[in-house]
Design a protein around this ligand. Structure first.
Ligand SMILES: C[S@@+](CC[C@H](N)C(=O)[O-])C[C@H]1O[C@@H](n2cnc3c(N)ncnc32)[C@H](O)[C@@H]1O
Length: 290
């Protein structure tokens, strides 16, 4: 199957399941995503309900789904809180979400009432999201949501944003969450180059990426060997050390204001349990233009 013919992202569903499982359970004063569960199909809610109840199912396949959602719930809490805080603090009239998946911010953050949101995603993932939204019909809290289908591997991001009405002369908050690992280094550079060309002074890039970690790589390999359909179709293609990421961003006119591991963020919010590998290798950076 070619890149453009591929199916909707399974990892986008997993992250949404993680947010649904964490809603009302972790860091309840800082984290909440009541919209996430509404975007899930009945069979996708099963593992979420089991995680929320703390009742692991029988059978290894169901148990793997349960463990993936349980682990994901811990990772998405600090990631969501850090990103929500950064977006709220820097809100401008334009927010572009790259690789939006089942992101709920345009239906959740009331601070976006004066902001137009562009949801950029692979066409297959975006079709799937729009079908889910049509069923769930959550209320939009942003000023507008503009769906912009783009395959970062083949399409011209700038042309797509132009066609969708994004204004490169006005400041933009760019959000790139949970996508960089799935892109090659060249695709990361090409995307940065396209967004830098549309970045007015006063813009911000909020970036979640993955640093190299032997333990995280081994864990992912193990879940692939055990036959996880979620990670099998969406391999990691690029991992970045923070210093390398900072110099890459500098090449495109962004200086890093903060760059924290999810573990550091998590301990400020709740007491993370169990293995901390994904928390330690995941990072959220906030970079300013100019
Ligand atoms: C793990 S999901 C993250 C979704 C969302 N940002 C979140 O954190 O909930 C990865 C997203 O990256 C998108 N993606 C991966 N490769 C892509 C590509 N080549 N072009 C466009 N989108 C891509 C997928 O469609 C999916 O929505």
């Amino acid at each position: 199957m070619s890149e453009s013919e591929r199916a909707a992202s399974r990892t986008a569903v997993l992250v949404c399941q993680g947010r649904a499982a964490a809603d009302g359970r972790f860091a309840t004063d800082r984290f909440g995503d009541p919209v996430a569960v509404r975007l899930l199909r009945a069979e996708e809610r099963e593992a979420v309900d089991e995680v929320r109840a703390g009742t692991p199912p029988e059978g290894w396949r169901a148990r793997m789904a349960y463990e993936s959602v349980r682990a994901c719930a811990e990772v998405v809490v600090p990631r969501t809180v850090a990103i929500d805080d950064a977006v709220r603090a820097r809100v401008t009239g334009q927010l572009v979400i790259l690789g939006a998946g089942l992101d709920t911010r345009a239906w959740r953050l009331t601070e976006l009432a004066e902001t137009d949101v562009w949801e950029v995603d692979h066409p297959a993932s975006q079709r799937d999201k729009r079908a889910r939204l049509a069923e769930a019909a959550p209320e939009v809290t942003a000023r507008s949501v503009r769906f912009t289908p783009v395959d970062f591997a083949t399409d011209d991001l700038g042309a797509a944003l132009d066609a969708a009405g994004h204004d490169p002369a006005r400041p933009t908050v760019w959000l790139w969450e949970g996508v960089v690992p799935y892109l090659t280094r060249d695709q990361v550079r090409a995307t940065l180059s396209a967004l830098a060309a549309r970045t007015a002074p006063g813009s911000t890039l909020v970036l979640n990426y993955q640093a190299p970690s032997v333990k995280a790589a081994a864990g992912r390999l193990l879940t692939r060997l055990l036959g996880s359909a979620v990670t099998a179709g969406e391999p990691w293609r690029s991992l970045w050390r923070p210093r390398r990421m900072a110099s890459l961003l500098a090449e495109y006119g962004f200086h890093v204001a903060s760059d924290d591991s999810l573990f550091t963020l998590a301990v400020s919010l709740y007491s993370p349990a169990g293995g901390h590998t994904s928390l330690r290798s995941g990072r959220v950076a906030v970079a300013e233009s100019g």
